[in-house]
Design a protein around this ligand. Structure first.
Ligand code: DC
Length: 222
């Protein structure tokens, strides 16, 4: 069974997807982390992220793996879980993830990892492109102010101090890039259930999705 969870940056989808996977006992796949790892590979090779051909060639050769919890990510065998959350990767990932060849490779890897087992897969195009036949599709949204405040707390936890105003600008820039790209833009699949988490806490978000999946699965079985 595939549970697809899509939505913009800072909507709360990562924390929700991790919690849902844990409660259901499913594999957790963070596809954003894969685009970030691909970007880290490009930067490590000193390739300009605007050089589509060089970026695409580089991404063609990389290996990406996760640990069994899905929380640690390895690039060519090296743990890059911290590196991929840094500013440099964050600033370049929208450019790298917009290239068709990069997306083709990532989508094929994602289907290979999650396609044959019960999985919760989070990203931007899971319900629309990667797993259009997913059993359940959710699209997580939240107000931009709430998203920026959540991101500020996450960054503070990593020791990074950034103002909410700066974060709002960064989120707007990434939303615009992710939603306007030609290949697999961030859009809500018509059959996805929209969940607005602006005034919800993490537990409420997780419980809502788990309850929905369990109720519908039980109904399908009877
Ligand atoms: O979820 P995140 O912020 O870690 O994702 C990082 C970037 O990767 C984001 O700017 C858009 C891109 N992305 C994508 O294009 N498709 C996905 N399925 C997941 C992420």
């Amino acid at each position: 069974m595939i549970v697809a969870i899509d939505g913009p940056a800072g909507s709360g989808k990562s924390t929700t997807a991790k919690g849902v996977a844990e409660k259901l006992g499913f594999l957790y796949l963070d596809t954003g982390a894969m685009y970030r790892a691909a970007t880290a590979a490009v930067l490590a090779a000193s390739i300009d992220s605007d050089d589509e051909l060089a970026v695409s060639d580089c991404v063609e050769t990389i290996e990406i793996d996760f640990d069994e919890t899905g929380r640690l990510i390895f690039l060519n065998g090296e743990d890059v879980s911290q590196t991929i959350r840094g500013q440099e990767v964050t600033q370049n990932v929208s450019t790298v993830s917009a290239y068709p060849q990069v997306r083709k490779r990532m989508v094929s890897m994602q289907r290979g990892i999650a396609g044959h087992r019960d999985s919760v897969v989070e990203g931007r195009d899971i319900g629309t492109v990667v797993f259009p036949n997913a059993d359940f599709k959710f699209f997580i949204v939240a107000s931009i102010e709430e998203r920026a405040e959540r991101r500020q707390k996450d960054l503070a936890g990593l020791g990074v101090d950034q103002t909410v105003i700066d974060i709002v600008e960064d989120l707007k820039r990434r939303d615009a890039l992710d939603s306007s790209r030609d290949v697999s833009p961030l859009t809500k699949s018509e059959d996805a259930l929209e969940v607005d988490t602006t005034s919800m806490n993490i537990k409420q978000q997780i419980d809502l999705i788990v309850r929905h999946v369990r109720d519908r699965s039980a109904r399908k079985e009877t």
